[in-house]
Design a protein around this ligand. Structure first.
Ligand SMILES: *Cc1c(COP(=O)(O)O)cnc(C)c1O
Length: 377
């Protein structure tokens, strides 16, 4: 068997996506059919994200989407609220500062989901912000924030919301129009299970207007979302499109749209993975708002993360992820995203982890893989 990559992205890629990736290409600048194909892919993303907002697909990993949103919307002196309860959330503030934003942080508990009431109280006193940034699923800590109410609240105050949903799209419920989210950023390599290399953004009219009404030009070209204006009407791309990656992404979106139970499947397996870990005596990092797409487990005392990682890969051919920043060596993470979110892969992972933890002298209260199976309906 090939290596099983059970990390929170990149994920396993289904065969029909790999076939799509290897299709014959055309000249994406000159072949008008490709403009239709690109547009259709954007329409499919609109369906997936439940929005009528404009969609762009950019050639670059999720980080490009985050930076492009900040570069295009934040101007020198703009007041930005960085709402954070984790590493990606806090990092958003750094991007805004690069582009001259005056960043105020709303820090929240890193083991819990963002506290709506606390944020509401904060906003009552301070709401003079042009933009607010937040993360849907904090992949490094395995927490999914309830963004529906928060984004509606930001909208009520006229604040443009920018949401990093890279690791949640297709694994968690998201409804951009109903939740009134201005900018949402996704990536190809998480729950969509396409190869790494693409990011996409959904941009509301209000966010588009803010870009059009900037006082100063965007400091950048590749990160300037305004250069895409009228690409379809004028049949013009700002640069040659990564056509093979887009073929693969389109097939991956079709796979997701064909799977009516995809969110339910993520919820079900995420529950079973967490339950198995808890029943076996391990402790999760989050206290609430557990992610549907990644589970974060504290490394038991007396055991080193690197030993778990090394044994899993060397003896079982399975890759899991660790922690970084304040979670370095303190946690390990199992991704259950997209094509990785199936019983066989998770069973093998938990069975191997069970063996490894026993060999490292951790006293399991029950067998991980058996608990997992028991928790499935
Ligand atoms: C994966 C991910 C990104 C993209 O980051 P990489 O480290 O380059 O993979 C951005 N935001 C979130 C929340 C992610 O999970």
């Amino acid at each position: 068997m090939d290596k099983l990559i059970m990390t929170p992205g990149p994920t396993y890629i289904r065969e029909n996506v790999r076939v799509a990736l290897s299709q014959e290409i055309t000249n994406p600048d000159l072949d008008l059919d490709f403009y239709e194909f690109y547009k259709e892919t954007c329409n499919k993303l609109q369906t997936l994200l439940k929005t009528k907002n404009n969609i762009l697909i950019l050639s670059g990993e999720g980080i490009l989407g985050l930076e492009a949103a900040c570069a295009s919307l934040v101007e020198k002196g703009d007041k930005v609220l960085c709402i954070e309860n984790g590493i990606y959330g806090e990092g958003f503030g750094d991007f805004c500062k690069i582009y001259g934003g005056e960043v105020t942080y709303f820090h929240d508990d890193r083991r819990k989901g963002l506290d709506y009431d606390k944020l509401e109280n904060f906003l009552q006193e301070n709401h003079d912000f042009k933009i607010a940034t937040l993360v849907h699923c904090e992949t490094p800590s395995g927490i999914t924030n309830s963004i529906s109410d928060i984004c509606k609240l930001l909208n009520k105050y006229g604040i443009i919301s920018i949401v990093d949903a890279v690791s949640s799209i297709a694994g968690e419920e998201i409804n951009i129009d109903e939740w009134k989210i201005d900018v949402v950023i996704g990536g190809s390599q998480k729950c969509l299970s396409a190869p790494p290399g693409l990011t996409f953004l959904s941009i509301s009219k209000r966010a588009q207007d803010a870009m059009n009404n900037r006082k100063t030009p965007v400091q950048g070209f590749y990160t300037n979302l305004s250069i895409w204006k009228n690409w379809y009407e004028e049949k013009w791309f700002p640069y040659t499109q990564p056509i093979s990656d887009i073929y693969a992404l389109t097939q991956a979106i079709d796979n997701v749209l064909d799977d009516n139970n995809i969110i339910k499947r993520h919820t079900l397996f995420a529950n079973a993975v967490r339950g198995a870990l808890i029943n076996s005596g391990l402790e999760l990092f989050p206290n609430d708002h557990f992610s549907n797409t990644v589970t974060t487990v504290l490394v038991p005392s007396g055991i080193e993360y690197k030993d778990i990682f090394n044994k899993l890969i060397k003896e079982h051919n399975i890759i899991i992820a660790g922690g970084f920043d304040f979670l370095q060596d303190k946690i390990f993470r199992i991704g259950h995203m997209g094509e990785n979110c199936y019983e066989d892969k998770l069973y093998l992972t938990l069975k191997a982890l069970n063996t490894v933890l026993k060999e490292l002298n951790f006293e399991l209260k029950a067998d991980l893989h058996q608990e997992f199976v028991k928790l499935l309906p």
